[in-house]
Design a protein. Structure first.
Length: 245
């Protein structure tokens, strides 16, 4: 059965007019994952110690058809007073930047379809994360697609430890789900929702898999349109290189 996260299940149901339990329409690519106990010393999740030159490489997959759409390299440029990372999508595309107040709390997020600069840093991983934990938070952000300051509300849910297989190997990783409601820079995308799931590995000091998607109502408030679907993108770790300490 194809794996479908809750927002996508609901959005597809509205779009197709039928309940969605599993479909070949979405292609393959579900993570090979098995529930496992927390590794020794991994709960609560220890904060990683990052170093300038730490590097991770990911392949990007279009989850609608399973095709590889690119490879991105992420490298630590600075660790204080903020953590700054260079995000290189390759193929001549513009180099982006990630900024974090600490390894789990983001200031500038380039992960989605357009970078988001948060006024108040927003957690991607709950501090001291452990299975069963939840955290609700809110901030406002700016986008290069709008001159307005836009709202962002999110809920993090720590699902538990799973063993995941990616091109870089097999890892015991903590699965964390991020559910967001927010204002989109496109004023014709009403009531957008997003789900972002990551598998964080203490061994790697970063997530080894991350997948995001979402849906929205096209048109204007009060319209009767079915929910439309956003991109559905999956990042899988292919290699990582810690800097020489």
């Amino acid at each position: 059965m194809t794996c479908i996260d809750p927002i996508r299940r609901r959005a597809l149901g509205g779009l197709l007019g039928v309940p969605v339990l599993g479909t070949g329409l979405l292609g393959t690519g579900c993570a090979s994952r098995i529930p496992v106990p927390a590794p020794a010393g991994a709960e609560p999740l220890p904060m990683p110690v990052l170093g300038v030159g730490d590097r991770w490489r990911y392949r990007l997959i279009n989850r609608y058809n399973g095709s590889t759409v690119g490879e991105t390299t992420v490298e630590v440029l600075e660790v204080a007073p903020e953590i700054r990372l260079r995000v290189d999508p390759g193929d001549g595309q513009p180099v982006l930047e990630e900024r974090w107040s600490n390894p789990w709390t983001v200031i500038l997020e380039p992960m989605y379809d357009a970078p988001m600069a948060f006024e108040t840093p927003i957690p991607v991983v709950p501090p001291g994360a452990r299975a069963g934990q939840g955290l609700t938070s809110a901030s406002r952000y700016r986008s290069e697609r709008s001159s307005s300051v836009l709202g962002w509300q999110q809920r993090l849910r720590v699902v538990g430890w799973e063993r995941v297989q990616v091109p870089a190997g097999s890892f015991d990783a903590l699965r964390i789900e991020r559910f967001a409601t927010y204002q989109h820079p496109d004023i014709f995308r009403y009531a957008p929702e997003r789900i972002d799931t990551l598998w964080y590995s203490p061994q790697v000091g970063r997530w080894v898999v991350r997948e995001w998607t979402g849906s929205y109502l096209p048109g204007s408030p009060g319209g009767r349109a079915s929910r439309a679907l956003e991109d559905w993108v999956r990042w899988e770790l292919t290699a990582w290189e810690p800097a020489t300490r």
